[in-house]
Ligand binder design. Structure first.
Ligand SMILES: Cc1cc2nc3c(=O)[nH]c(=O)nc-3n(C[C@H](O)[C@H](O)[C@H](O)COP(=O)(O)OP(=O)(O)OC[C@H]3O[C@@H](n4cnc5c(N)ncnc54)[C@H](O)[C@@H]3O)c2cc1C
Length: 634
């Protein structure tokens, strides 16, 4: 979408004030930034990085310097306008990563967008705010991470947000009764329900109820199974995206003890000069100490010092990359890239987990506007833009609220679900020699212990053509249904291929390397086609299926579809710097400290040891909020 000058004009009042404030902490001179030393140097001004920076600098006692590889996206409409979600993919704000092809599974390379901007992936994402079930957070504690449980994560997720309850009228249209106790009331991220409520959204809960999926009014209350609509991170004051930059950074940027340098890529952590001696002595408990980091800005190299700690918040792809570039990882991978090992830990970059989704897209009868209409109906687009500019209800305020989490039993019926559990069991057993085997056992426990309460599949409804295959036609509107597997058994990896921080690492998610994952994805897609789209609520205005379409009918054909165009990442990579005991696949301990270091932590989505059935931004804010307390308490 092109930049929208009138939108910028509408924000001009806010921007003048904020820009003046922002200038104080937003450093543009890399030389000046590097001359100072900071108590905490944070690598990555993303979702977690900015939340952490705001909290660590809050009491005024500590100096915090943040380095961000990407530019600022301040006031850019393609980030700020909720209904433009997805428009910033493939732009300068996106790393545009691609996964490696997989000759064993036949799965083709997939695009892996990641935020390369102040705000990180919270600036790029689809604004869904949600949470997994209690048992999934408790699993982190049960895997050896004391204090990482539902109770604590619920507290910290709430700390990150302020919820605005929708009007009774909107709750009626959405078919929900909101319980504000499920949300925070005093945090920086503004959370509410989008006030543009389409026909597809109004139909969502009744349609799924007609399929026997019970309605869940409190999906963020620790039990997320059921049909629900979910809130988004929207600031209703101006209907803009409330992501980590406007929520955690700009309002705090007048702080003298907080500095952020954008367009500055960290190349590696620097260790004390005696790092070699320390690494010989590590068996005696001697640890490595970071002195700061090297970074590149405007083509020049700089060094900045950290007095207390270096904290890596580069996200699930770049955090393991930065560790490896700094000599932390599997020595054979490091040496191949020309990096001298400093700390041996073969778990770095392993245990990578993701969610995948597939899609079924349907053409609608004329007269049902969706986000597609903005593309081809200039009258509608102008009308909606005018409404948006007046801060009124507009399709430009629409996001993705139609979400349901379902169990294997709901998806497949009890007896087929039991067969799937057996398939999962034999695969998990075959992986018992893997470092992260305990996380796979935890997933098996999810299936066996919570067959009726722990979600395995997410269903999503979106207004518009959002399939990764095929293309929308002009003058047509669509709805797209997505089915997203939440607990893949596949484990992938992220590793450096080069000693240059600018080179993309190798990403291999190993999608569909086992029957459970592939068959489940087929069943998810069939459920959208045979059940969701056939409900009276949707079939009454759907004219035809356009994706996958009539060439893909049998399960075998759908497997081909899924291995090719039919699968997309749900953009939720985790686990590549897992918080686990080291002998169970861990890179960081329960204080998020990198093993064998005194003062290096990782704080971002990469530390989640086993996946959750949720979009992960809110959980990532929760991790950062908790980390701030751990660090300040240390
Ligand atoms: C397209 C898309 C849609 C999504 N939709 C949703 C959604 O609707 N709801 C939801 O809950 N989640 C969603 N997610 C997932 C969620 O947004 C991310 O998983 C989460 O924000 C990750 O947070 P993070 O702090 O781990 O990493 P990020 O927010 O990605 O932050 C990492 C930051 O570190 C910086 N960095 C990396 N390497 C370096 C370096 N060497 N030097 C300096 N800086 C560096 C990056 O540029 C980036 O700014 C989506 C993600 C994407 C990409």
């Amino acid at each position: 979408a092109p930049a929208d000058p009138s939108f910028e004009a509408r924000l001009a009042v806010r921007s003048k004030v904020d820009q003046v404030i922002a200038q104080r902490s937003l450093v543009t001179d890399a030389g000046k930034f590097s001359q100072k030393s900071y108590d905490y140097v944070i690598v990555g001004a993303g979702t977690a990085g900015l939340a952490l920076a705001a909290r660590l600098s809050e009491n005024g006692k500590h100096s915090v310097g943040v380095l961000e590889a990407g530019p600022t996206g301040f006031n850019d409409p393609i980030i700020d306008i909720p209904g433009q979600f997805g428009a910033d993919l493939g732009t300068k704000y996106d790393y545009n990563y691609t996964t490696d092809a997989n000759s064993q599974t036949g799965v083709t390379p997939k695009g892996w967008p990641r935020g390369h901007v102040v705000g990180g992936s919270s600036a790029l994402n689809f604004l869904v705010v949600d949470a997994a079930s209690e048992a999934e957070y408790n699993a982190w504690e049960e895997l050896g991470n004391k204090g990482w449980n539902w109770e604590s994560m619920d507290k910290y997720m709430k700390k990150s947000e302020t919820f605005t309850t929708p009007s009774q009228e909107d709750q009626g249209k959405l078919n929900i009764e909101v319980n504000p106790d499920n949300y925070g009331s005093n945090g920086p991220i503004q959370v509410t329900f989008p006030d543009y409520i389409s026909k597809q959204v109004q139909n969502w809960i009744p349609a799924l109820e007609s399929l026997g999926i019970p309605r869940n009014n409190e999906p963020l209350g620790g039990k997320n199974t059921g049909a629900s609509v979910q809130p988004s991170d929207i600031n209703l004051a101006n209907h803009t995206r409330s992501y980590s930059a406007p929520a955690y950074f700009y309002p705090n940027s007048a702080r003298n003890n907080l500095a952020l340098l954008a367009n500055a890529r960290v190349d590696k952590i620097n260790w004390t000069p005696l790092s070699k001696v320390r690494s010989w002595l590590h068996k005696l408990g001697v640890k490595q100490r970071a002195t700061g980091v090297n970074f590149t800005s405007g083509g020049k190299s700089y060094t900045v010092k950290a007095k207390r700690e270096v904290i890596i918040s580069g996200g699930a792809v770049n955090s393991p990359q930065i560790l490896e570039l700094s000599g932390v990882g599997n020595p054979s991978i490091l040496k191949q890239a020309g990096i001298q090992p400093v700390i041996q830990n073969n778990n770095v970059g392993e245990n990578l987990q993701d969610h995948t989704y597939s899609y079924a897209a349907y053409e609608l009868q004329p007269g049902n506007p969706t986000l597609d209409s903005l593309r081809w109906n200039t009258t509608f687009a102008a009308e909606q833009k005018a409404l948006y500019q007046q801060n009124k209800v507009s399709i430009l305020g629409e996001t993705v609220p139609s979400i349901a989490y379902i169990t294997l039993r709901t998806l497949l019926g009890e007896s087929k679900a039991n067969q799937y559990v057996e398939t999962a069991k034999s695969y998990v057993q075959s992986q018992s020699n893997k470092a992260y085997a305990s996380t796979l056992n935890k997933q098996l426990e999810f299936l066996q212990k919570y067959p009726d309460t722990l979600s395995q599949m997410e269903l999503i409804g979106i207004d518009g053509f959002f399939a990764g295959a095929g293309a929308p036609e002009n003058n047509k509107n669509y709805v797209t249904f997505l089915s997203a597997s939440q607990h893949l058994l596949a484990r992938g990896s992220v590793h450096i291929k080069s000693k240059s921080a600018g080179a993309a690492p190798s990403i291999q998610p190993n999608y569909y390397n086992n029957d459970f994952d592939l068959n489940l994805a087929v069943q998810g897609l069939q459920y959208l086609r045979n059940k969701v789209s056939k409900t009276q609520q949707y079939s009454s205005y759907i004219t035809k299926e356009v994706v996958p379409g009539s060439n893909y009918t049998t399960d075998a054909q759908l497997k081909d579809f899924l291995k090719g165009m039919g699968t997309t990442t749900e953009y939720h990579p985790i686990g590549s710097v897992s918080m686990l005991p080291q002998n169970k696949g861990g890179v960081v301990d329960a204080n998020l400290r990198v093993y064998q270091t005194e003062n290096v932590r990782v704080v971002d989505a990469s530390i989640m040891p086993v996946h959750i059935s949720a979009h992960i931004m809110r959980t990532t804010y929760g991790i950062a909020e908790k980390a701030a307390d751990l660090i300040l308490g240390a």
